[in-house]
Design a protein around this ligand. Sequence first.
Ligand code: GTP
Length: 624
Amino acid sequence: MESRSLAAAGVSTSSASVCPRSATSTSSSTSSFRTILSVTRKNSLQLLRVPPASTRSLSSISSHFLQSNTPFRSASENSTFGRCSERTYFRVLTVRAAMFDQLTNSLEEAWTKLRKEDVLTRENIKEPMRDIRRALLEADVSLPVVRSFVKNVTEKAIGSGVIKGVRPDQQLVKVVNDELVKLMGGEAAEIDYAKTKPTVILMAGLQGVGKTTACGKLALYLKKKGKKCMMVATDIYRPAAIDQLVTLGKQVDVPVFEAGNQIKPAEIAKLGLAEARKKSVDVVIVDTAGRLQVDKGMMDELKQMKKVLNPTEVLLVVDAMTGQEAAALVSAFNLEIGITGAILTKLDGDSRGGAALSVKEVSGKPIKFVGQGETMEALELFYPDRLAGRILGMGDVLSFVEKAEEVMLQEDAEELQKKIMEAKFDFNDFLKQTRALARMGPMNRVMGMLPGMGKVSAEQIREAEKSLKIVESMINSMTPKERANPELLAQSPSRRRRVALGSGRSQEQVSQMVSQLFQMRARMKNLMSVMQGGSIPGLDNLEQSLKGARKAPPGTAKRKKIRTELQSKYAAAQVAGASPKDVKAQLMLYSGCHPLVQDGKIMSRTPSSGVSKWRQRKSIEPKA
Ligand SMILES: Nc1nc2c(ncn2[C@@H]2O[C@H](COP(=O)(O)OP(=O)(O)OP(=O)(O)O)[C@@H](O)[C@H]2O)c(=O)[nH]1
């Protein structure tokens, strides 16, 4: 496998030299290489070491990468590049699979097998449970976890009996959801704070898993919660590690304590803690050096640091891409140094997410945070129930709302609401919204949080992103006046022509965008009314026009026009979320069709009386 993979990439195994990072490991270079391969093989990854000669053939490798010893992502290929030295680097080819997509789809297949059943039995549940088992294993959930999960779900599903009005497949989804939440630890686990400050958080983990990045992210997360933070750089082995932490500290505006690389990590930690006490810091986050694999040297060093720091939290940073190994790793660290929880990083990558499901069950320690990107904002508290919802394709609306709140200022939100209610939403607001959406993270992740949107294909998301870019280019070609008054564009073909020319789009595209904005105004206003608990949207101002409809002679152009208007408003109200029955009832009420309320009485017209003649047939008290 090893030589075949290398040969497939046109690389000779013998010419592959050793990255200095592996050389820092106590094991030999060959065994380091094997370790990585065995981990990656389980994740369907191939890890290749490419000698300098073949680097030149890969146009996507930037010279910056080779000089700066920093990892980067290739722009032109679906591949991730590991950290490298100036002579060699790792190239990791990954099988792209959006996190949990496969699992969600496979689980859905399992439910469909129960559609025709009336009740869950030991017999008819066998096949769906086999599918669930396979789906979990394929998602890299560890085998003992899968076994006990399947057993628990089977027992609970059969034991749940018949629930009136609930189909067996829905019943199974509910059991699986509850068990998934339980498996992942139930409640979200926040940071535990020390009774007397500072709270010390010791970060541990293997090389390159994202420890230093997680330190910066956690500092920002805690800073947003109003904590005064400080970071301590104790990775004296990797030359750029201290600088990396200092740079991240500047980015998130949190001070970093460093004392060079000539004294022992435990000593630096001690000095850092003293400094934090002096400065009355609330939380100290201590970054540590990683190793390629669990070894005695690293464990001893961590034990010494733990002794010196007496930390409230020892968080193990785990790369989600290590798949099944993640849970075992957490157990090993827990046995050796005693950890309080884990941070699972790179969940945005090619991981199949299995680690998120196994860590708590195997190690007994909760995942406290998940990292979903390289930016400092990409750290989230781990909510087992929300993730279960996402896995089962039910979305995660709470996370969506939280993200939206994060990227949107309160005043902006209030102003937007006012504009929406007055149907004055303009192109400036549109631009603001799309930019806020972009700040919420990659569109596929944002979409994944919305119920029913999990099924939106990557292709559709790419299309949507492309369309947004096109719209943005057209808005950028508008004058400030046009942005604030879309009516100007609606009224003037010459303005639309100018915008089309300026943005390199067709006039048709510009017209389409303008008309979409007006449609959006109407829809948003309706939606907002529903959310604010107002009456059925789109109908508030109808009474006036509908009075006219009642008076207009049937068959006349005016009546036809009003009917068309009504139909479109009916559709808009439905889009806005009102139940069709309610919408219909109110429309009928206002439009003069029966039943009709006048003076608190329901009036009706006889079918035989013709459309033009109205008469009061009988008075009926409105139903309670
Ligand atoms: N996509 C993605 N990349 C991440 C995430 N967290 C970290 N990274 C990237 O992973 C790489 C390694 O991260 P580091 O923080 O340097 O890893 P480390 O564990 O401190 O490495 P050592 O100090 O050498 O042990 C960097 O390129 C990070 O940008 C994440 O959640 N998602």
